[in-house]
Design a protein around this ligand. Sequence first.
Ligand code: FCB
Length: 434
Amino acid sequence: MRFPEDFVWGAATASYQIEGAAFEDGRGESIWDRFSKTPGKVLNGDTGDVACNHYHLFKEDVALIKELGVDSYRFSLAWPRILPEGKGSVNQKGLDFYKRLIHELLEQGVSPAVTLYHWDLPQVLEDLGGWLNRDTAKYFADYAQVAFRELGDVIDSWITLNEPWCSAFLGYGNGEHAPGKKDFPSHFRAAHHLLLGHGLVVEGYRQLNLGADIGITLNLAPQYPASPDPRDIAAARKADGFQNRWYLDPIFKGRYPSDLEEFMAYVSPAIQPGDLELISQPNDFLGINFYSRGLVAADANGEPQRQKPERSVTAMGWEVYPEALYDLLLRVHQDYGPLPLYITENGAAYEDVVEQGRIKDHKRQAYLEEHIAQCARAIDSGIPLQGYYVWSLLDNFEWAFGYDRRFGIIYVDFDTQERILKDSALWYQSFLRS
Ligand code: FCB
């Protein structure tokens, strides 16, 4: 495998999943605090109250990041730590935490890649309607301005939103994620406001002339038809429209996919003049989170129906299908590029066993190797892929699955907060050295 000299290698996390210290130093409540404490929402009743206690252990964690040998660390800012009321007054102690973290990273020669929104909306804003409320997009842009002004002099890379499909659909469509609303039609409004927020944040960033890169991270998954039957092909295209094009098209083409008429009817009332121009202003890169593919057949009504995986699956039940990553990169490049691309998340959950202080997670290692090989293939084909971040640096709070699903290349004992480099981390380390 060959990679350009300046290819960025990294590892990623997100605030609510690792920080803990949920009530310290003036942090406000987030929708995930509320949701995880609502009975039945998260497996085993787990919450992010303590998580990896990264808020207190960040120096040790940065030392591990350094030990791994990555170039860059992707993490997110907790909006309610910086603005406990969602808007208005700034919580200096919250900001100071991120300043300490960034300082530590820079001291160790690791470049910080900062996500502004990885799902922990201040609960006070949810009480005003959350992402169903158009004003939330504006509050998001205001919060981003605080982050840019306070931290922007030393950050090389900003990501506005992480996976708006998840925030919108899982949060407001099927209720599997915070805030747990279940209304399919209105989740398109939430999605539109998230995209609008992205556009406003990018616009605000450009006005500051800080000179770093800004982009968005989408969770993309190619949707393959289960057979050459035209009905299956049409169903796969619809699934692709729902999962992928609904976000790619407005951001990179300034319009929603018009083949999805019923979805258009849901979103249209939320669109105001000028919105799509804002949403589609130029990004410096696109971040892609890739885990798996979809295999789709048409049901009796022609609607997409997910088919059983054909190959092995991870502990999430997600099919391991590395070639789909290559197909995806090629397609994104052809349909939406040219544009620098990053894999901002890729990784796998498996059941880890600690044997005499060692975790032989060879399936995870194979998963990473096979996906990295597809990245090399993409680069060979001339696709401008510029970096790759493993999800995740640490085992952490995996949303509705709590601590039950481990994605880390570093094992975390949640009772003692001990960290152990799994074999996959040792492999990544030696791969990066070579
Ligand atoms: C992505 C999320 C990330 C993590 C992985 C497994 O959808 O961005 O926080 O939960 O899935």
